[in-house]
Design a protein around this ligand. Structure first.
Ligand SMILES: NC(=O)c1ccc[n+]([C@@H]2O[C@H](COP(=O)([O-])OP(=O)(O)OC[C@H]3O[C@@H](n4cnc5c(N)ncnc54)[C@H](OP(=O)(O)O)[C@@H]3O)[C@@H](O)[C@H]2O)c1
Length: 367
């Protein structure tokens, strides 16, 4: 279906920009809700051309600056009303994906922000909402996790995933026509490993490969689910287009198969310039036993991701598999090589080593 009027929140983000651009390319009229960053940059670095709101139309993207944490998204009453009456779909991607934020930030942005977007969609005739959640709303559950499941009494490893869980509950309780897409860890494209933002696990990878963090509490058979950014964006766009089929369903946007930490270690070991971390049983691990530099990295960064080195969730994606036109190919360790090769090619990994302060600043954890 083309020619829909779609609001994309978080439209300058990694997922949002790609989704907004793809929706416009397929003939939809896109309103991009932007926040601090005004520009939409696609995953390949291309800047999305935008038009003033008055000139919006099929195939075009116009921007509105707003704040999902505020009532009426921080818009004027007139602008809010105009937006609320002129939509066929809302795609909600705005969130903080950072780990280690204060709970108040997660609550205000990820939970209250979602509630405010739900209110907009429910303001007049209910507008179908495509909510972008995370597969990790399953928390620290082990084993097979179904798309139909949400509250299984799970424990959460991070405030981020807890807030996304609460946001999903808001969406489900809203009474709106909704579809939920739950990506796992979003990484580079299937073909080339290209990624616009080296965040989250990429930061950890940098510390590992530079040998700044050598010992990590975790298990070699823990599972990491990595999903290509192009697949996530394509699936969200398909859900927008074929909402009647997607309505009421949840889709795990996950990789073809999860990688064990042993797979990741083996892939890293193929690169002579990389250090490879050593995983220790969490019961035997002691932060105090780490060398002083490593202790700093552990406390400031690794501790936020630690639960991911213990998890063993397998995301069932039967809904997504039966719905999506394409899915990531089961390329196993080849895909890890593709991702690592890209990081080396663009100089993200394997460069000469800056000092500890430089690295902490780079990952936004200094101070
Ligand atoms: N990246 C992943 O690995 C991953 C995995 C699973 C699920 N997800 C989910 O996918 C969605 C998109 O993630 P992403 O990686 O694209 O995140 P991202 O790159 O950090 O983008 C998030 C966007 O939200 C906007 N935003 C932040 N605060 C806002 C506010 N108060 N009002 C309005 N907009 C605000 C940001 O704008 P400014 O930068 O201008 O503030 C940014 O454009 C999120 O819902 C996330 O939970 C992501």
């Amino acid at each position: 279906m083309s020619g829909l009027r779609v609001l994309v929140t978080g439209a300058a983000g990694l997922v949002g920009a790609e989704v907004a651009a793809r929706l416009a390319d397929s003939g939809h009229t896109v309103t991009a809700l932007v926040h601090n960053r005004p520009e939409l940059v696609r995953n390949d670095g291309t800047v999305v051309r935008t038009v003033p709101t008055g000139q919006s139309g099929p195939g075009l993207v116009s921007c509105v600056a707003g704040d999902v944490t505020k009532p009426m998204l921080g818009l004027s009453a007139e602008r809010y009303e105009e937006l609320a009456t002129g939509l066929d779909r809302v795609v909600h991607t705005a969130a903080t994906t950072d780990f280690g934020r204060r709970w108040e930030t997660y609550e205000s942005l990820n939970v209250d922000g979602t509630r405010n977007v739900v209110r907009l969609a429910a303001e007049h005739t209910p507008v179908p909402l495509v909510h972008v959640s995370t597969a990790y709303v399953c928390g620290e559950r082990t084993g097979r996790v179904l798309e139909s499941e949400l509250d299984a009494g799970q424990r959460f490893g991070t405030g981020y995933e807890h807030s996304k869980f609460l946001a999903e509950q808001e969406v489900r309780a809203s009474g709106l026509p909704v579809a939920v897409v739950r990506p796992s860890m979003i990484v580079g494209t299937q073909e080339s490993g290209l990624i616009r933002d080296f965040k989250n696990m990429y930061v950890v990878l940098k510390l590992f490969t530079q040998g700044r963090v050598r010992s990590v509490p975790g298990f070699y058979d823990a599972l990491l689910d990595l999903v290509p950014v192009d697949y996530v964006a394509a699936l969200i766009c398909e859900v927008v287009d074929r909402f009647d089929e997607a309505r009421g369903r949840t889709f795990h946007a996950v990789g073809a198969a999860p990688h064990t930490l042993l797979d990741v270690s083996n892939a890293l070991a193929e690169y002579p310039m990389f250090h490879v971390p050593h995983y220790m049983s969490p019961s035997a691990f002691s932060v105090d036993a780490l060398p002083p530099d490593e202790r700093v990295y552990y406390r400031r960064i690794i501790a936020m991701y630690e639960s991911f080195f213990r998890r063993r969730a397998r995301f069932d994606d039967a809904n997504a598999a039966g719905f999506a036109s394409w899915r990531p190919a089961a390329t196993g360790v080849d895909y890890l090589r593709t991702l690592l090769d890209h990081c080396v090619r663009v100089g993200y990994l394997g460069r000469s080593e800056p000092g500890i302060g430089d690295v902490l600043r780079l990952v936004g954890s200094a101070g």
